[in-house]
Ligand binder design. Structure first.
Ligand SMILES: NC(=O)C1=CN([C@@H]2O[C@H](COP(=O)(O)OP(=O)(O)OC[C@H]3O[C@@H](n4cnc5c(N)ncnc54)[C@H](OP(=O)(O)O)[C@@H]3O)[C@@H](O)[C@H]2O)[C@@H](O)CC1
Ligand SMILES: Nc1ncnc2c1ncn2[C@@H]1O[C@H](COP(=O)(O)OP(=O)(O)O)[C@@H](O)[C@H]1O
Ligand SMILES: [Mg+2]
Length: 277
């Protein structure tokens, strides 16, 4: 297993060109946030905006529109019941993330299915949270994932659900085998998060138990989406996003008992500035 280099951020984060505009930094659509789990998609969206994605659209339950806009006027919001609007919106996107707070009811399943059907080979999708649980329960949906650029971000139980590997059996060898079967990049989240690609397995070197709090993975989705939207969609870019997330958790955890996702979000942009090259 290869450790992520502590110089990864200097490799990935580029100084912005003078004559660039928002269109150069990617269009991201984030889908999630049921009535119950609105906070999850808000944290993902805030993290994505603070990472620097050019245009961010959130597709969520209408219940979440006002709270989201009150916190984050930079994001656009679409009612997740408007499927025609969703179908016209998705093809315009560079990056689509689905799952934070999506829920697992019949309508969440419909949204996931529609999103995977519309996903093109040119776009990158990040599949997280409830969307992973749905994929595990409805494996036919995996047919819609074939030959597409997909990053799966399970915690250990979500990985158990989709890989059928009990947590105690989640060894490097078995995880790699399952990654190859699924043919998706897998970010297995835990202390020392592991990233499985088709040729190499990487391990994150930063992170702290101060990060063990609800919303931390949702925040990671926003950072990965923001990085993938504006930097080349490579493994290095993904490693940079994973590293930045836990580097910030670690920094906050030096003086705070718990590193809150919303505190991490506030630090993203200033930390990125220190590493641009
Ligand atoms: N503010 C919001 O709106 C928030 C909304 N959220 C949204 O909620 C949705 C459901 O996501 P979820 O992760 O909370 O629940 P689920 O998929 O059932 O997994 C939990 C089960 O797995 C087990 N477990 C074992 N190992 C584990 C590990 N390493 N890491 C974590 N769990 C581990 C664990 O074991 P236990 O804790 O019981 O020991 C438990 O039995 C999803 O859409 C998410 O985005 C959350 O982000 C929170 C903030
Ligand atoms: N003990 C720990 N050490 C380092 N990182 C941790 C620890 N516990 C949790 N994390 C990180 O927090 C995030 C948790 O993700 P997840 O369980 O999906 O959270 P949520 O769904 O509540 O947003 C992952 O990025 C994981 O690596
Ligand atoms: Mg999660």
């Amino acid at each position: 297993m290869e450790k992520i280099s502590e110089h990864i951020l200097e490799k990935v984060i580029r100084k912005r060109a003078k004559h660039s505009h928002k269109g150069n930094y990617g269009r991201v659509c984030l889908i999630g946030g049921s009535e119950e789990f609105g906070g999850a998609i808000m944290m993902a969206a805030e993290a994505c905006v603070h990472t620097g994605a050019g245009l961010v659209t959130v597709v969520t339950h209408p219940h979440n529109h006002s709270p989201l806009h009150a916190r984050l006027p930079e994001a656009m919001v679409v009612d997740w019941f408007k499927k025609k609007r969703l179908a016209s919106l998705l093809p315009e996107m560079n990056v689509i993330a689905i799952g934070p707070g999506l829920g697992t009811d019949a309508y969440s399943l419909e949204l996931l299915s529609l999103t995977l059907q519309l996903l093109s080979k040119k776009q990158v999708a990040i599949i997280d949270g409830s969307a992973i649980t749905l994929l595990a329960h409805y494996p036919n949906l995996l047919n819609l994932c074939q030959d597409k650029q997909i990053i799966l971000t399970p915690h250990q139980m979500e990985w158990e659900r989709i890989s059928q590997l009990p947590i105690s059996n989640q060894t490097e060898e078995l995880n790699s085998q399952k990654q190859k079967e699924l043919n998706m990049t897998v970010v297995l989240k835990k202390h020392g998060t592991e990233i499985y690609t088709s040729d190499t397995v990487y391990q994150n070197i930063s992170g702290t138990p101060a990060m063990a709090t609800g919303g931390m993975g949702d925040t990671l989705v926003g950072i990965i989406s923001g990085f993938t939207a504006q930097f080349p969609p490579t493994t290095e870019t993904l490693l940079g996003a994973v590293y930045l997330h836990s580097l910030l958790g670690e920094k906050i955890g030096q003086t705070a008992y718990v590193a809150l996702p919303t505190d991490i979000i506030q630090q993203i942009s200033s930390e990125m500035k220190k590493h641009e090259s």
